[in-house]
Design a protein around this ligand. Sequence first.
Ligand SMILES: [Zn+2]
Length: 397
Amino acid sequence: MDLIRPMPLQAILAGRAFTPHEEIADAVVLVEEGRIVDVGRRDQVSIPSSASRHDARALAVVPGFVDVHIHGAGGHDVMESTAEALDAVTRTVAGHGTTSLVATTVTASTEQTSQAVAGIARWMKSSYAGPDGNQPRAEVLGIHFEGPFISSARRGVHPLEWIAPPSPDLLKKLLAAAEGTGRILTLAPELTGAPELISAARAAGLTVSLGHTDATYAEAMSAIQRGASHAAHVFNAMRPFEHRETGVIGAVLTSPAVTAELIADGVHVNAAAMRLLLAAKGPRGVVLVSDGISATGMPDGKYRLGTFDVTVSGGVCRNAEGKLSGSTLTLDHALKNIVALDVKLPDALAMLTANPARLLGLEKRKGALVPGADADLVLLDAELGVAGVMTRGVCAL
Ligand SMILES: [Zn+2]
């Protein structure tokens, strides 16, 4: 792949474009200074003679993927929060089509979490995280707090000792450390004090996500009425669906206002559960996430997730007790796995582009091939393999 610095004007010629909802044959995407300035059929877009041309007519161009639940990649965890770690994570996932992400914490001490999010916020504001450079790198859009306000009964691998009862004061502290970069809070709505916490999180501009929860249907519904609008890795770390007490899963599946994360790696959730979720939520209601950890893009072995050790074997991550501990999934593979369930390509693409962007309120800037959006593009071959990527105009095409 040739590495190309951002150019004033670039024209990407592709066999097809998916915006993602609309398919355009024989397409051109015109990019200037890291932004999309025009998208359309080749006979409808005039390409200035000064533009450098990338001929990708054997490929499809689609928006870059947006991962709202990712802990790490390339041997590093976002909670290390050093430039080296965040650089490794953002470069590794960019190679798999992820052009922006929400750095996700695991439950840890207040001090550890505060330090981690302060480091991530610092990095986001540094020029180092900017679009300049000669390699594609995913943009960090903010922080997803996975915990500490979660259920000890459904904690998965989150350390019991750091799980905290809902506290608007503690949330305030964590958000202060994050310096305005907090975006998503995953919490268990059945805990005492959760309603006040949901209100405080909404008032602070966070998306409230139901997760690691033992909530009943009624408890989950009352949280949704209070403003919870998202659910973390649905089916995983939740009270199971039972036909007379459908629990949080029943509430999420039947509430159109709630988007549902899915880890489509074929390990966390089986195909029937994936089909059920897709049927219940429809193409706009599902958000594909990786829940990827530091081992993503690395060989099997021992790795860290947040503050604890996990073992990766055959690409599957487990803690010392054998519990699933995140994944090594990348979103390009999630896309293939969903298309294999007979989901139409534009719908599948929306689940990792337009839907997560809308969840973050960034639909004008991310997850779409529209004028004014960031030039975050992925080139896909006929087998949906990533053949090239552009992040804010920086490309390896
Ligand atoms: Zn989790």
